[in-house]
Design a protein around this ligand. Sequence first.
Ligand code: HEM
Length: 422
Amino acid sequence: MTEESEAMTLTVEEAGLALADPKAYADDRRFHESLALLRRESPVHRVEAPGYTPFWGITRHEDVLEIERNHRIFLNAPRPVLGTAEFDALNRQRAEQGIALRTLVHMDDPDHRVVRAIGADWFRPRAMRALEPRVRELARRYVDRMVELGGECDFAREVAVHFPLYVILSLLGLPESDFDRMLKLTQELFGGDDAEFQRGTTNEEKLQVLLDFFAYFQGLTEERRKHPTGDLASAIANARVDGEPLNDFDTASYYVIIATAGHDTTSATIAGGLHALIEHPGQIERLRGKPELMPLAVDEMIRWVTPVKEFMRTAAEDYDLRGVTIRQGEAVLLSYPSANRDEDVFDDPFRFDVGRDPNKHLAFGFGVHYCLGAALARIEVRAFFEELLPRLGSIELAGPPEGIATTFVGGLKRLPVRYSLA
Ligand code: HEM
């Protein structure tokens, strides 16, 4: 069967099942075919995938926005991301026992507003601009690393994965000696469906990864409470809500969301962004000729890659969307990659255009849960490419890129490249 005839046989049901199939996310072309079909034929689509509690797949930009705006009806708790029914049940059980992580993405108001405010000052664009020289220095270090690697490397594994982790762990104030351990834990947590990164296959083993994070950060909290150092970890450890410190679980959860959300997302964008540039050499030339396009190029890379594949919401009451009734207690999956290729919003959405303006992508979400680290992510991606491009002679693929199999956060796990770099 040719690729084309295969595309034509894709049914709406199969397209819907792709939303719950980690392997489908690793095959970019096929995945986007499924999403385009859903946007066209069934934008509020009921997915009944084996092993998962049924949910509604939301694939149009306008609908993702509408749900995110209605945060009093569409709640993050109790099912903020897609997991199997068994995994959801285990999480619920842990939550009842008071031993589950409860990060910002697990919370709704009023708790969410209060807890978000603790870190919010740190992430404001003005505070982030003060960090820029340090981020730029780190970016330069990783471009130098590419030179050391001698003109050929797996960019995803040897460069992209390290730089954002280094930035975020420096911001938190962790010692450099712990960075490798954090890298492994982050990959185990976010690459949980990909055999290469899995610690184990059982739900117990997956939860153990969370608990390991937890134990590490609990130690850090104790340390920063005794000896505050002025870093972000100290701000979290010593935060007060209604005069009381955060409890241990909420404190550890705060570190976990920042260390994890701030890492794989940005590294996936940098690797996917470089891949897009290699595939569209005319766009590299355009950027070189007009470096002032860089801020637009960064947002186009973020739209193009959309490293966060979904978040979920649960309806607190019945809600009608496009003539479909979402019942109280039912969950919706917000498909960001689909919203970001929506033909109704983006002019020629499958064109990679470093000058795209406007670019109303939803890669950072929208509304009260809008990505806390968006300003930092933009600075990191920009700094990296502003350091790389002026030094880059040529660049090409040195082998096939490979995507990670996950329904949550991901992008390329391999990007073999050959290059000349000054
Ligand atoms: C939330 C995307 C980088 C920290 C989110 C959400 C998305 C997202 C889609 C959920 C928004 C919603 O529910 O409406 C991204 C992308 C990134 C990125 C695409 C990189 C290109 C970062 C960085 C950090 C970070 C660098 C921190 C250092 C967070 C936090 C939340 C969040 C703390 C939870 C916010 C809340 O629930 O109130 N991000 N993120 N992210 N992100 Fe990011």
